[in-house]
Design a protein around this ligand. Structure first.
Ligand SMILES: O=C(O)CC[C@@H](O)C(=O)O
Ligand SMILES: [Zn+2]
Length: 516
């Protein structure tokens, strides 16, 4: 976890080396076809015209280079992967990437940018799916990648305090060595930063059991747009002294402040973990299995996830993963996490017996051993990755009453007919959160016009959320009114104006172009 101290020259060399390695691995290879977002101004889901922020000058660069020697990056090749999002769907034209190590440095950067009216795009692991973590035009990229120190961990209370740039998987490993776990787990754990997770209020695979970050985050340190440091890094379970300001920064996607440190309540590492992978012949049966599962597994249930048969075909086709059970229209991943292996296995087997004999489930397999558990989880966690091989993916992250979630997928299939290559559904049944993904060989404006606003109207009719866990970013911000009343959006605008009067923090994100 600790960062070794390198000279500025060594740091640049290391940074170059890492980028070359990433390119060789092919992970960070930039799709040359990603259009610059600035070229798409006026298109649906794209950017409004550039706001009148200052442009970065040589004097500005001189200031940053003095403040962050070796950590002010201007080489276009090195900037490329920070300008483009993980999905390679949006790309900014930033000419500066800043890599502070301390809160004080972040504070000095923001104080300077605010005075100079320079726009800033805060960036964590850049794994977001709504275009929130990359610049739209030439915003300065403020990366948390070197802020990766664990500050404290209390093994009595289970409270971890760390810098915002800690990678989620590194934190999980750190905690597991101490018999604890993170309350949050995501497919992107190997790259995403805890600060980014908190800024977007990421949900993930354990929310059913441990709740959202709005409950597990106990304190935050945030740097405001004008450079003021707000130290609300409490490590208390209970604290009712005034307004809970940290909630404003959770899920506001870096538009109100830059999160620099987080304190979070971590559960004990479960002694026994089991994963069951089951097949169901209808979504109705899947829902009945969920009800039965909640009743019979009770407190040991830690995840209830699903994917449909189309997702499975893509996993097999593109990632060469093997379906461990008989083909079914729906698949469920159930995880139990408890403190007594015998008790948990007994409960799980009784439940499996019940759902098999009542024919709710057609086939299944169970894993207790770590590598097999990981393999079963891959079938759910890697659907997003499999979809990227299909061409262009239109992504929708919808909350609905749980009994409605798959109706949307079926309805959309009927609505789109042959226009779409694939219409797939997967997600977090336990949280009523559907990931509806629609693919086409390439970007297709006619297909998009058939999907939107239809999908948002459908969601709004059932009082759902048009962004359950991914945020609004650049892509979804103008659809906020489908989920929030105008009074609420107007109040959000007032809060933004109060905390960031010049609007320098992550402009063009989260809030709609027109607040009415
Ligand atoms: O890519 C998506 O649509 C969902 C990604 C993620 O939230 C998941 O649950 O796998
Ligand atoms: Zn998800």
């Amino acid at each position: 976890m600790n960062v070794r101290h390198y000279t500025p020259r060594q740091q640049i060399a290391l940074f170059h080396f890492v980028i070359i390695l990433q390119k060789l691995k092919g992970h960070e290879e930039v799709n040359p076809e990603t259009p610059y977002t600035s070229d798409t101004v006026g298109n649906p889901g794209a950017a409004p015209p550039r706001l009148p922020f200052s442009r970065v000058t040589q004097e500005d660069l001189a200031f940053f280079r003095t403040l962050l020697p070796g950590r002010t990056i201007t080489d276009p090749d090195l900037l490329k992967s920070s300008n483009v999002d993980w999905l390679k769907t949006v790309e900014g034209n930033s000419e500066v990437l800043l890599r502070p190590k301390t809160t004080e440095e972040v504070s000095q950067i923001l104080r300077y940018c605010n005075e100079r009216n320079l726009a800033v795009c805060p960036q964590g692991g850049n794994t977001g799916l709504v275009g929130g973590s990359v610049p739209v035009f030439d915003e300065i990229i403020l990366s948390t990648s070197l802020m990766k120190q664990v500050i404290t961990f209390d093994n009595i209370s289970g409270i971890l305090t760390c810098q915002a740039g800690c990678v989620l998987e590194n934190l999980s490993n750190y905690l597991e060595e101490r018999d604890f776990i993170m309350p949050l787990d995501l497919g992107a754990k190997g790259s995403c930063h805890i600060g980014g997770n908190v800024s977007t209020n990421a949900g993930g695979l354990r929310l059913l059991r441990y709740g959202s970050l709005r409950g597990t985050v106990l304190g935050l340190e945030v740097v405001l747009a004008d450079g003021r440091i707000l130290n609300c890094l409490a490590t208390l379970r209970k604290d009712n002294t005034g307004y809970d300001l940290k909630q404003l920064f959770i899920g506001s996607e870096g538009t109100l402040g830059v999160i620099t440190a987080v304190s979070i309540l971590c559960p004990r590492k479960p002694k026994a973990v089991n994963v069951a992978f089951l097949g169901c012949s209808s979504f109705q049966q899947l829902l009945e299995t969920f009800q039965c599962c909640r009743g019979m597994l009770g407190e040991i249930l830690s995840a209830f996830e699903f994917l449909d048969a189309s997702c499975m075909s893509l996993l097999e086709k593109h990632l060469k993963l093997t379906n461990p059970i008989t083909e079914s229209p729906f698949y469920i991943v159930i995880e139990t996490a408890g403190s007594n292996a015998t008790h948990d296995e007994e409960k799980l087997h009784k439940f499996l017996e019940e759902v098999m004999t009542s024919s709710l489930v057609t086939d299944g397999t169970v894993a207790t051993e770590a590598t097999k558990i990981k393999a079963l989880w891959s079938l759910r966690e890697r659907v997003t990755e499999a979809l990227t091989h299909e061409g262009y993916t239109y992504k929708y992250d919808i909350s609905l009453p749980v009994e409605k979630i798959y109706d949307l997928v079926q309805d959309m299939r009927g609505h789109l007919g042959d226009m779409a290559k694939n219409v797939v559904g997967y997600g977090h049944v336990g949280d009523g959160n559907l990931h509806l993904n629609i693919t086409s060989p390439s970007k297709d404006p006619a297909l998009l016009a058939a999907i939107e606003p239809y999908v948002y109207e459908w969601t709004s009719k059932w009082k759902g959320s048009i962004s359950a866990e991914h945020g609004l970013g650049l892509k979804k911000r103008n659809y906020i009114y489908y989920s929030k009343p105008s009074e609420a959006v107007a109040l959000m605008g007032s809060i933004k104006a109060m905390l960031d009067p010049k609007g320098i923090l992550n402009p063009y994100k989260t809030l709609p172009d027109n607040i009415h």
